[in-house]
Design a protein around this ligand. Structure first.
Ligand code: NAD
Ligand code: MG
Length: 387
């Protein structure tokens, strides 16, 4: 029996993970659940999965959650970053699923590693911001880090049984998002509604916008660099609109190992939670004759320049990836609030990076400060445009 703390339980990944827990009650129990402000959904989850602890964003939402629960319910309710850390470090927890969105995942994930918990990580922003710190802690503490991002789960599976020396390249597949075939001239008219309509995957709003700009793939390049300890020039992105090949590894002898499946995150979540055992999921395998064609093409960096920014920040390292991530979070949120056009996302991140004097070998304090600085800078750039 594996006891889980699920950070970001009310989101797309968190609720899929709970679906898996529900299907395998003899394999998993839930020890802690967290959410930001969606107390209605969290309350239902607490009643169904009876965790020992639940954490929300602030005292107000903690009160709201308590009011929604039966008075006899034996659950400790905590809040704020300290509350999330408590959820991530519960004594009885074996594994923490990091499924919060954005930089909020960093501190609780690091605390979980320090507390000796195994980690299943969907929250890629944590590795983007502080990949070297996270990986050093993982090694130092001797805990397991399982990727949940579908591409990285695919790479993990494609690496199984092979020597790291024999790797030629990692090929990260990208669906290309909803605007793969849109003419560049129409990009400035893209609305949040257009961008939230992902062709293959159903996900939270932030990652859906990141998929539309290809920043998601850029963040995943940085994520892969840390998870698999491989240089940026050996991580390639290939656009594969069918999203059946979840990613590939090419080897020195020319062989390519790929992992495939239909676009459903349950496979990668269950693999991360129960590795090395595969679970009998209610997920169909691809029907290849019906699909007919699997196609591949290079990404168009002129229409999707965010990918270039991610390579640039990743290669320079230090605090730059944290700045990239924070500026992107701010720009995406402004786009979703109709404060910034779709084509305004890239320039905000680019200008924020240009204003930053990066620090090499950054420690956690410098990374958190760079994140704060980048949010402020990106916001003031957006405000200046609004005037
Ligand atoms: P989501 O928006 O659906 O859910 C996010 C969860 O985090 C919610 O429970 C929310 O309450 C919580 N949260 C949001 N902001 C928070 C904050 N400031 N503090 C504390 N909690 C907060 O997001 P999602 O699509 O489930 O994605 C979660 C993470 O997994 C992201 O890092 C994303 O990049 C990654 N990921 C998602 C998918 C997917 O299919 N959805 C695939 C691969 C990777
Ligand atoms: Mg992914």
């Amino acid at each position: 029996m594996k006891s889980l703390s699920i950070l970001g339980a009310t989101g797309s990944i968190g609720s899929s993970a709970l679906e898996i827990v529900r299907q395998f009650p003899d394999r998993f129990t839930v020890n802690a659940l967290t959410a930001k402000t969606n107390v209605a959904v969290l309350a239902r989850q607490v009643v169904q999965f009876t965790p020992r602890l639940a954490a929300v964003y602030d005292a107000d939402h903690a009160r709201q959650l308590k009011a929604l629960l039966p008075p006899t319910m034996d659950v400790e309710i905590v809040f704020g970053e300290a509350g999330y850390v408590e959820a991530a470090t519960c004594p009885d927890t074996d594994m923490v699923l990091g499924a919060m969105v954005g930089s909020a995942g960093l501190v609780p994930t690091l605390a979980a590693i320090d507390a000796g918990k195994d980690i299943a990580l969907a929250n890629k922003e944590t590795l983007v911001m502080a990949g070297d710190i996270v990986m050093a802690k993982i090694a130092g503490r001797g805990v397991k880090l399982m990727p949940v991002d579908s591409e990285h789960s695919a790479i993990y599976q494609s690496l199984a049984g092979h020597s790291h020396n024999g790797i030629r390249e990692i090929l990260l597949t990208a669906s290309g998002g909803p605007f793969l075939k849109w003419p560049a001239g129409e990009f400035s008219a893209i609305t949040p509604k257009d961008a939230l309509r992902h062709p293959n995957w159903s996900m939270g709003s932030k990652i859906t916008i990141d998929s539309a700009t290809l920043m998601n793939k850029g963040l995943e390049v940085i994520e892969a660099r840390w998870l698999f300890n491989i240089d940026f020039h050996r991580i390639k992105v290939v656009v594969h609109p069918q999203s059946i090949v979840h990613s590939m590894v090419t080897y020195e002898d020319g062989a390519v190992i790929a992992q495939m499946g239909i676009p459903d995150m349950k496979g990668a979540i269950a693999y991360g939670l129960s590795h090395p055992r595969r679970l009998p999921l209610d997920v169909p395998s691809p029907d290849f004759a019906h699909i007919g064609q699997l196609t591949f093409e290079d990404p168009d960096l002129e229409r999707f320049p965010c990918l270039t920014l991610a390579y640039r920040a990743g290669e320079q390292g230090g605090t730059l990836p944290a700045v990239l991530n924070a500026a992107n979070e701010v720009a995406v949120s402004a786009f979703l609030d109709n404060r910034l056009p779709f084509t305004g996302i890239y320039p905000i991140i680019d200008q924020t990076l240009n204003h930053h004097s990066g620090e090499d070998g950054a420690d956690l304090g410098q990374i958190i400060e760079a994140d704060r600085w980048a949010r402020e800078t990106a916001l003031s750039l957006i405000r200046r445009q609004e005037r």
